[in-house]
Design a protein around this ligand. Structure first.
Ligand code: DGT
Ligand code: MG
Length: 597
């Protein structure tokens, strides 16, 4: 959630704060924008001077500067024009390059910062935000800001420059009529502010709908085989259509308002321009206003008011960018709940014991998933967790990896409270084969080496052999260089599991966790994996979660979990003798009844 104090800070201010590293470049770019506009205002003065020369001759402004001949005066004006046009082009070039490069730098850094920050957030954050929604922030919203910085920022600065410089010139050369040109400006400003206020929620809605359709799309593309298997194509098209309609409607609501804005402003401008033309004309006819000045004023009024017709588009661009800025910075302001401890857990400590001391935990308040869990795992031992589905076994592992923190109680590894060490040093000690295997798009070898980027081909093959994966890998079209496809979809479920076991074994961590790691392989392969694991695991702490009890019967200790509580623990033989839940499960799976004591 965004920090509540920051939600009231205007987005532009938030952006300025974020962009502290770019301030020098922003000021430089703004300077080019200012200079470009400043020289752009000069031509009306040149026209005024030319008229002044023709009408007043040696009494003209240039005449007073000592240039007597009217033809020379014209030449001077021509040279000035050349210089001014040259400068205008130069500044135009400089401002274009600077703003556009700035837009590229900021969008790049913002995207990377946001991605990095998202990666640091706890898993709890991802439960509430969909992938598509976050994709929309990382792509669309960042691009929206880039678009504004590309052209919009320059327009805002040039508009301000125009109003200030022309306003100042008016009041210097003809204060008696200057107010006429400014008549429409309060109306325009009032209109713009009103417009901005009205359009803001509409653009926020547009961004929201964009995120929503994004998340629906990524959901559907990810679940394509399910859609086809359940012949839900028509329903899904209808659903996407509905989302797209809502996005369209949100945009239409914004368009309706933003399109009305420019024509309304034009009317106000026409009013100011005509007032200046008529009133100034009368004054010039009476002789109380110099003819040259009159023409300067008319041209300047046009220069002053005309850019305001673009105000609508500029405010539009600005508002869209600010809606996006808020969404990006809200993510950046989200603080992780799980914070690193100061110490580093080293390998010697990591290879030690694991202790859960009356751990209670709930994903959602009021619905405890684990209650008062006590677990003691000795170093180098093999420990198993069994229990019905949904009883909380995987949750125990998530707490051990510190994906979540317990509500009460403590977890320690090697005698160190895991909240006191860095998450990285903790996770470096643990190799996890998780229940839902995730493979990345890439080759088989790259996926096995995911945890150890520097692994040699030999190491990779050794890990694959231990995971009973080597043989099937060699039969793949390109062996270790075969591309596995997105999420590993070109492999079978059992093949994926074996790759993920190889990946965990390669890291050679002191603690190995197998969460339903062999549930998708056949019995023969499973037995083979068991044998190699037994070889490997004699000097490391191994935690196994399994539904098939036959695979864990040799564990040093077995914990039976039910509804978030440890209901019994012991060795296989002890538990059978207990005639409790474990013995009952064993009887169901094997058909054997426990021997009577
Ligand atoms: P399994 O894998 O089907 O044998 O079941 P377990 O024992 O591994 O169950 P576990 O720990 O995944 O789930 C225990 C309960 O917690 C279950 O009611 C679902 C819920 N739960 C699991 N993971 C999450 C999560 O990431 N977020 C939320 N809100 N609830 C979760
Ligand atoms: Mg599980």
């Amino acid at each position: 959630m965004p920090a509540s104090a920051d939600t009231v800070v205007p987005p532009l201010k938030r952006l300025w704060r974020y962009a502290s590293g770019y301030r020098k470049r922003i000021i430089l770019a703004s300077t080019w924008s200012f200079l470009n506009k400043a020289v752009d205002i000069a031509p009306p003065f040149l026209i005024g001077m030319a008229i002044d020369v023709v009408v007043n001759g040696s009494d003209s402004l240039l005449g007073q500067f000592g240039i007597e001949d009217q033809r020379s005066q014209i030449v001077v004006i021509a040279v000035l024009s050349g210089i001014i046009w040259g400068l205008e082009s130069l500044f135009e070039y400089l401002l274009g390059v600077e703003w556009r490069n700035l837009a590229q730098s900021i969008q790049h850094d913002l995207r990377i910062d946001t991605y990095e920050h998202i990666q640091d957030l706890d898993l709890g954050f991802f439960e509430d935000r969909s992938t598509g929604d976050l994709m929309a922030v990382l792509n669309d919203d960042v691009n929206q800001l880039e678009r504004f910085l590309d052209v919009g920022a320059n327009e805002v600065i040039q508009l301000l420059t125009t109003v200030t410089l022309i306003g100042a010139s008016f009041f210097i050369i003809a204060p008696s009529v200057a107010w006429l040109a400014f008549l429409p400006i309060p109306i325009i400003l009032w209109g713009s502010l009103l417009f901005q206020k009205k359009i803001e929620p509409r653009y926020a809605k547009v961004r929201e709908e964009a995120a929503s359709i994004n998340s629906q799309l990524s959901n559907n593309l990810g679940g394509m085989s399910t859609i086809k298997a359940f012949t839900a194509e028509d329903r899904e098209v209808a659903r996407i259509e509905e989302e797209s309609r809502r996005y369209q409607a949100a945009n239409q609501a914004a368009i309706k308002l933003s399109s009305a804005f420019t024509p309304l402003i034009r009317v106000a401008i026409l009013f100011g321009f005509t007032a200046m033309l008529v009133w100034g004309g009368y004054l010039a006819l009476e002789g109380s206003l110099n003819v040259g000045l009159y023409s300067v004023m008319v041209f300047l009024t046009q220069r002053l008011l005309w850019p305001l017709t673009r105000l609508g588009q500029t405010v539009d661009l600005y508002q869209r960018a600010m809606a996006s800025t808020n969404r990006i910075l809200d993510v950046l302001d989200t603080e992780p709940v799980i914070l690193d401890g100061d110490d580093t857990l080293t390998a010697d400590e990591g290879s030690g014991s694991i202790v859960f001391d009356s751990v209670t935990f709930s994903y959602e308040e009021g619905f405890p998933v684990l209650s008062d869990i006590d677990v003691e795992i000795e170093a180098s031992n093999t420990t198993a967790f069994v229990g019905s589905t949904g009883s909380g076994k995987t949750t125990i592992i998530k707490l051990l990896l510190r994906f979540y923190d317990p509500d009460s109680g403590a977890i320690s590894v090697g005698g160190r409270d895991i909240r006191k060490v860095t998450q990285q040093s903790l996770r470096d000690q643990i190799a996890l084969v998780s229940q839902d295997v995730f493979l990345f798009h890439g080759t088989v070898a790259q996926n096995i080496a995911y945890g150890v980027a520097s692994a040699s081909t030999e190491d990779i093959e050794k890990a694959a052999m231990a995971a009973e994966a080597h043989d099937f890998i060699l039969e793949l079209p390109n062996g270790y260089d075969t591309i596995v496809g997105e999420r590993g979809q070109k492999l079978s479920g059992g093949q994926r599991q074996r790759l993920s076991i190889a990946r965990a074994l390669l890291t050679d961590s002191p603690i190995l966790i197998l969460d339903e790691a062999t549930s998708a392989v056949d019995n023969e392969t499973e037995a083979a994996i068991q044998r190699s694991l037994a070889r490997i695991s004699h000097n490391r702490t191994t935690v196994v979660i399994a539904h098939r009890l036959s695979t864990i019967r040799n564990a040093d200790r077995i914990y039976v979990v039910d509804a978030g509580q440890v209901v019994e623990f012991g060795t296989h033989d002890e538990l059978l003798a207990n005639r409790g839940p474990y013995a009952a499960l064993w009887a169901v799976q094997t058909g054997e009844v426990a021997p009577t004591a």
